[in-house]
Write a protein that binds this ligand. Structure first.
Ligand code: SF4
Length: 277
């Protein structure tokens, strides 16, 4: 299975990152949330720490080069700092977070990541607090801005992810000035549009996804394995299954086999433009 996977990656059919949705639970309820995450979500769809660690261990053996962990808010899981340390010992990791749950205690826990190849990717949509908080909730801007220097002080690599709905070029330029002033370079600033899935459908926000807009990257959730990290979305409390790969997630070889069969049928090369990265 390792060889066909590495070939699919070399041909541009698939990415070499395994994604994991650690939980769909979140302390925020952003208007464009793909997973309808919120404090009171009924079905948290949490992957246990041991499942995450096993999946990453198997991923390394199957030729995956890196891991992304997302949600929901990963730090809603009390043991997530420890899980992060354990998987970062296996493969390089980026963990996506809303940046609002970094207490002193949590920051101390994260000091265990020193020397490991791990980055935290924090969401920040505008240099203007009101504009940022319009979609993400009151107080979000101040909270994220307070967290970034505290992570950098501890030498934890920080990336900024910006989700664009109606920000002007001037607003985005101001945001770039802000992240540079905080010590986050342009290479660590990811900008993407709101994707019209999940809560963004209900809110009539974002862009529709074309069939080849996103590079396929095997994505595990408590509901099954999906084609890419924008696939495992929730609407009306129900998981979207249009981009499901398999209900089975472990052993990882099982969903990977099905994933490779699906990406093997897709066009590659100049026929494909990936508009979302
Ligand atoms: S977009 Fe992220 S931070 Fe906002 S509600 Fe969804 S999971 Fe939480």
């Amino acid at each position: 299975m390792r060889e066909p996977f590495e070939q699919a990656v070399a041909e541009g059919r698939a990415g070499d990152r395994l994604w994991l949705y650690a939980t769909y639970h979140c302390n925020l309820a952003c208007r464009y949330c793909l997973t309808e995450s919120a404090p009171g979500i009924l079905n948290r769809r949490t992957l246990g720490a041991e499942t995450i660690i096993r999946a990453v261990r198997e991923a390394r053996g199957l030729g995956f080069e890196k891991v992304g962990v997302t949600g929901g808010e990963v730090f809603m899981l009390p043991d997530f700092a420890e899980t992060l340390r354990r998987i970062a010992e296996l493969l390089p990791v980026v963990a996506l977070t809303n940046g609002t749950l970094f207490t002193e205690r949590r920051l101390r826990e994260l000091e265990a990541l020193t020397g490991l190849d791990v980055a935290l990717q924090l969401s920040l949509d505008s240099a203007d607090a009101a504009q940022n908080d319009k979609l993400r909730g009151r107080g979000n801007f101040d909270s994220v801005l307070a967290t970034i220097p505290r992570l950098i002080e501890r030498e934890i690599p920080v990336r900024i992810a910006t989700t664009v709905e109606d920000q002007t070029p001037d607003e985005l330029a101001a945001l770039c000035e802000l992240h540079r002033s905080l010590g986050v370079p342009d290479t660590d600033h990811i900008v993407r549009p709101v994707v019209r899935r999940g809560r963004a459908v209900t809110e009539r926000l974002g862009v529709e996804l074309g069939p080849h807009d996103v590079l396929p990257e095997l994505t595990l959730t408590a509901d099954g394995a999906f084609m890419h990290p924008f696939a495992a979305t929730v609407r009306g409390g129900v998981t979207d299954l249009d981009l499901l790969v398999s209900r089975q997630i472990l052993p990882l070889e099982a969903p990977l086999r099905r994933f490779l069969a699906l990406v093997g049928d897709q066009p590659i090369g100049d026929d494909v433009v990936r508009s979302l990265r």
